[in-house]
Unconditional design. Structure first.
Length: 364
């Protein structure tokens, strides 16, 4: 099965399934000398891990990461970094009733048709459980980017169903179980999610991710544009059905005189482009948004068919997130950080000696 790696200079390869013995990843290309321990990754893993609130799946996993290689005396050596997380709370019997059925909207049917078989226990490789390793690798990238270049990557849940953040206060994101930036909406979110869980249904969400202090010049036109690689990485997150950079689809309603980010020696007047011009970072904050579908693993009965092509009705049992967007916040951060890390190393390799006489602009 191909397609398990991302990046060119900073390469992350993951392995493992939802109900397998363990999840793991290999990080190639991390520069030597970075102080690194399990604790550097555990914070983000704790933000992503299941069973942390009543709004997410009840599956209980410690998600304790172990460094197997690539670190000596507390610092990266420049060689491959091996990471592993043991699965400890699988309940494969929860899926025995659907082993011969397809869940509508899930990857069951496509995996069966592509490979001739599938791991029906929690979706196997298609499960969002795999993203734990992306978060671990992303934490390594985030630490390097911040420590060496001052780049910070932060995400938040900007919309859950009909409830949208009216005010964005990043200081509030880590203070509530929704990773939501608008404290005035928390009560409405709680009420909405409680009603949703009672109904056995699920809901979609929007997650926004922002990178600040990104230097000018990252991105390799034409096919490896920074925004194209960001979109590729974010679209590769489970349940993502749409990616926006900057104003995204709102540009359809904008005129050129409204959308263009005017500039002067004092800086950029706006950031409709989301910090990327012509596929190259402009030095402005990089802003991206992802739209996540409602999970199809719900207890509401749905029409489907069996592996043999017979009509059937599916009710998914087990432990599932009523809104996958809540735990996707650290995943979005990780994927953006991995792309920025890769492009930072690529830029260093080709353009480290480039000097421009044009001043570097900030925001007015």
């Amino acid at each position: 099965m191909s397609g398990n790696s991302i990046g060119q200079n900073f390469v992350v390869t993951t392995f493992g399934e939802s109900h397998g013995k363990a999840l793991g990843c290999i990080i190639d290309g991390c520069p030597p000398g970075l102080e690194l321990s399990e604790a550097d990754m555990q914070h983000d893993l704790d933000r992503r891990r299941p069973g942390t609130s009543r709004y997410t799946t009840a599956r209980r996993e410690a998600d304790e990461v172990q460094i197997l290689s690539g670190v000596f005396e507390g610092k990266t050596t420049g060689t491959s970094i091996g990471l592993v997380i043991q699965n400890t709370d699988q309940r494969s019997q929860d899926y025995s009733n659907i082993k011969d059925q397809f869940r509508p909207g899930h990857a069951d049917y496509t995996y069966q048709q592509k490979y001739g078989l599938r791991d029906y226990r929690g979706g196997g490789r298609s499960s969002a459980r795999e993203t734990a390793m992306r978060v671990a690798a992303g934490a390594v990238a985030k630490k390097y980017l911040k420590q060496v270049h001052g780049i910070e990557v932060n995400a938040y849940l900007s919309q859950l169903g009909p409830i949208t953040a009216q005010n964005v206060d990043l200081a509030q994101v880590e203070q509530n179980a929704f990773f939501f930036p608008d404290v005035n909406q928390l009560e409405a979110l709680d009420e909405y999610m409680c009603d949703l869980k009672k109904s056995g249904d699920s809901i979609g969400a929007k997650v926004s991710v922002v990178a600040t202090n990104v230097p000018v010049g990252l991105g390799e036109p034409v096919f490896d544009r920074l925004d194209a690689d960001i979109a590729h990485a974010l679209m590769g997150i489970n349940a993502v059905k749409g990616v926006e950079i900057g104003d995204g689809f709102e540009v359809v309603n904008q005129k050129g005189s409204e959308h263009r980010d005017l500039m002067s020696p004092e800086g950029f007047a706006s950031n409709h482009a989301g910090g990327i011009l012509g596929g190259i970072s402009s030095g402005q904050p990089i802003v991206a948004h992802i739209a996540m579908k409602p999970t199809s693993s719900i207890s509401v009965p749905g029409e489907s068919m069996t592996v043999q092509g017979e009509r059937s009705e599916v009710v998914t049992k087990g432990r599932h997130d009523p809104c996958v967007g809540i735990r996707a916040v650290p995943i979005a951060e990780a994927m953006l950080a991995i792309v920025l890390m890769d492009h930072m190393l690529r830029h260093r390799a080709q353009n480290s000696d480039v000097h421009s006489q044009t001043p570097i602009l900030g925001m007015r």
